[in-house]
Design a protein around this ligand. Structure first.
Ligand code: GCV
Length: 703
């Protein structure tokens, strides 16, 4: 019998009957009923989630009891509420949880074993409830549970690049989720489902608007709309943030300047922030893009980043708000190598930011490329709070057309040794604050959500939203473990489906690198929309917007020389990395062309020359996508037809694109390489049907 079609709306919160009879019996025995203590919006959300999930998972009614009785099986409440029923947990256990951690514990009492879910706040308890449901969804053993889980990063934020007109910058899944036109009137289910999904993976903040900001986001009219969303999101533990336009005092306030050193400007912001907090008492703060890609900022009036960030921070500080000041700057006057600019601008400011300012740094020094080394600011500003910015939306990685599971990339970054304080000072430990003794910490992911029914355009792009939340909560989780959870929850617990999909996902990032930008190549996508290949692009108004700037291919070789014979960006890293990156023989091959202009006949560890290896990588990338297509075809009978067909179409498109990337890049670089013949050998076997993608990114949301 054919399975009913599914549209992907449920995401990973896809509750289905536990199919293994033994496990089902065990779960039924453990959870014959549930009791949610307390009253209020969040306890009600917990009740409704349990009422939605348990009867389906256990395939029978699971009464939600009002009262605490001796035979309560699953008891959910805060530490204080549990204590009021006579269940007192050791003080040390409760303190350890902090405000957001939760505890799930099997608790033998009066002849039965209860399962307790508790925490010091209701949002923490809600996260715990989702965790227990995840254990059921992924068919884990729930006997003798004793889990105490707390996040190591305090602010775990989604950044939406959504404009007030409903469009999304770098959005590939339809229009904005926020319907600004009738926000106050509407309390749509979709808002709740968004917040619910965030809560289920521990995301606790959301920046509602684009960092390429519009002044009107701070107008009273929009603040009221923002407050309506904040009210909806609050019970889910989700705080809203905004991205203000730095020159709003001029645009919105009618002042003559937005100079942060001017007391009139500071006062304007203080009043504006007070207004925000009157409407949204738990407002998270501001994410600011200043003096970057044409956005206004303090440097326009001769002030600097610290002046701007601190002025906003002073206004937010009495209310407990935070500034996320982005370090995505690359003024050519700072350095001719774009990769060096942020470090040169920000390192001299270390120690000058107020305690509620994060300098928010992208994972790599250019711009969310398929692979970059970690940003050298990590490990270079020990007196400053550094937030890590990741991009969930796949701007440079095939957008919502390509299946690319990003957790392995994020893990590579987080696990990178910076050597700032010797071994162990990884990017993760710096972001968590542990390496430098900071107690505040923040990670932000640029969201990939939109109005498409399946939220993310590609069913598999949902995995990246999920993985962001899980990694933000616990950066020690492996990409494989997260994929395992997500596949079980989203697709199936059938071992053959699970293993097949995990194989596709876990190889997909390296495949994408190989068919787009192997060996450290970067930024050779088509101009503007960044979708397909265009390594020869050389018509931009500034050098570092041209693709030829990034690969520098010539008769001698290819790659950007960032060693000491070139821009010396390698020296922005700590020893021993700087020496390792500096030397072509010790530089990791995955970053070879990032740091070196390598000769075409340079020998790689495989024994191949650079030119041969480059072609081999392009071939490997295409072959990996062919394999993904074939694995997915093999799953047809085991996946619902609607989602299978949707993903099939996109995988075919991905294969076509991968072949095109190979053809265009090998052809282009072949013009510089010593012998074209060596690659022509494989040309005949390539698909000739591929055509250059000639579409705007908005066309990409439909298959
Ligand atoms: C929001 C890249 C993107 C821009 C984005 C910018 C940023 O340059 O292409 O769309 O703007 O990064 O992160 O500010």
């Amino acid at each position: 019998m054919e399975m009913p079609g599914e549209d992907g709306y449920e995401l990973w919160l896809r509750y289905r009957k536990v199919d293994n009879p033994g496990q089902l019996a065990r779960y039924r025995e453990a959870i014959p009923n549930a009791t949610v203590l307390g009253s209020g919006a969040t306890p009600d959300i917990v009740r409704s989630e349990l009422a939605r999930a348990l009867p389906v998972l256990l395939d029978r009614p699971v009464p939600l009891l009002d009262q605490v009785q001796a035979d309560n099986a699953l008891v959910v409440g805060t530490v204080d509420e549990l204590a009021a029923t006579g269940v007192t947990l050791p003080q040390a256990d409760c303190c350890e949880l902090g405000e957001e951690g939760f505890l799930i514990r099997s608790h033998p009492t009066a002849g039965i074993t209860q399962t307790l879910i508790t925490g010091n706040s209701w949002p923490a308890v809600l996260t715990g409830v989702f965790h227990l449901l995840r254990l059921l969804q992924t068919r884990q053993d729930i006997d003798g549970l004793n889990l105490s889980l707390s996040p190591r990063i305090r602010h775990r934020v989604l950044g939406h690049w959504d404009n007030v007109d409903g469009s999304i910058e770098r959005g590939y899944a339809g229009r904005s989720l926020w319907n600004w036109d009738d926000l106050q009137a509407t309390t749509g289910t979709r808002y709740h489902d968004y917040a619910r999904s965030c809560a289920s993976i521990g995301i606790n903040g959301t920046v509602l608007n684009n960092v390429n900001a519009q002044a009107e986001s701070l107008s009273t009219e929009y603040l009221r709309k923002t407050a309506a969303l904040a009210d909806l999101f609050r019970p889910y533990g989700l705080r809203v943030y905004l991205a203000p336009l730095f020159s709003a005092p001029v645009q919105l306030g009618g002042l003559a300047t937005s100079d942060p050193r001017d007391p009139v400007v500071a006062e304007w912001w203080r009043r504006k922030v007070d207004e925000v907090y009157r409407l949204i008492p738990d407002f998270g703060g501001f994410e600011v893009k200043a003096n970057s890609e044409g956005q206004p900022g303090p440097q326009d009036v001769g002030a600097n980043h610290d002046d701007g960030a601190n002025m906003l921070a002073a206004a937010l500080e009495p209310h407990g708000g935070t500034v996320l000041w982005r370090a995505f700057v690359y003024d050519v006057a700072t350095d001719a190598d774009r990769a060096k600019c942020a470090y040169k601008e920000f390192v001299p400011l270390d120690g000058r930011f107020r305690p509620n300012v994060f300098v928010q740094v992208k994972n790599g020094p250019i711009d969310f490329q398929p692979r970059e080394p970690f940003h050298p600011l990590f490990g270079a500003m020990e007196k400053t709070l550094l937030a890590l910015e990741l991009q969930i939306t796949q701007e440079y990685l095939g957008q919502s057309m390509h299946l690319v599971y990003l957790a392995p990339m994020w893990k590579e970054i987080l696990d990178s040794e910076t050597y700032a304080k010797g071994p162990g000072s990884t990017v993760a430990r710096i972001v968590e604050g542990a390496a430098d003794g900071h107690t505040a910490s923040c990670i932000l992911g640029v969201a990939n959500t939109g109005s498409d029914r399946n939220w993310c355009g590609h069913h598999f792009a949902q995995a990246n939203w999920y993985a962001f939340g899980r990694i933000a909560w616990d950066s020690d989780l492996s990409a494989e473990a997260i994929a395992d959870e997500w596949v079980r929850m989203t697709w199936s617990n059938d071992p053959s489906v699970l293993e097949a999909i995990k194989t596709m996902m876990l190889g997909s990032w390296e495949a994408c690198i190989n068919y787009m930008t192997p060996l450290g190549l970067h930024h050779i996508m088509q101009e503007g929309h960044h979708y397909g290949p265009d390594p020869g692009f050389n018509a931009a108004p500034r050098a570092d917007w041209n693709n030829v700037y990034y690969h520098q291919a010539d008769a001698k070789g290819v790659g950007f020389d960032r060693s000491s014979t070139g821009s010396d960006a390698a020296s922005q890293y700590h020893s021993p990395l700087r020496e390792q990156f500096d030397d072509i023989d010790t530089c990791p091959e995955k970053l070879l062309l990032w740091f070196h202009h390598a000769p075409w006949d340079h020998r790689l560890r495989s024994g191949l020359t650079l030119w041969e290896e480059l072609q081999q990588r392009y071939d490997a990338g295409v072959a990996a996508v062919e394999e993904m297509v074939s694995i997915w075809q093999g799953l047809q009978a085991k996946i619902d037809p609607q989602r299978h067909k949707h993903a099939s179409k996109r995988l075919k498109q991905q294969l076509e694109n991968a072949r095109l990337w190979r053809e265009v890049c090998v052809d282009y670089f072949g013009n510089f390489a010593p012998s074209k013949d060596s690659w022509r050998r494989s040309l005949d076997s390539w698909s000739k049907s591929a055509t250059a993608p000639n579409r705007s990114s908005s066309d990409l949301t439909t298959v």
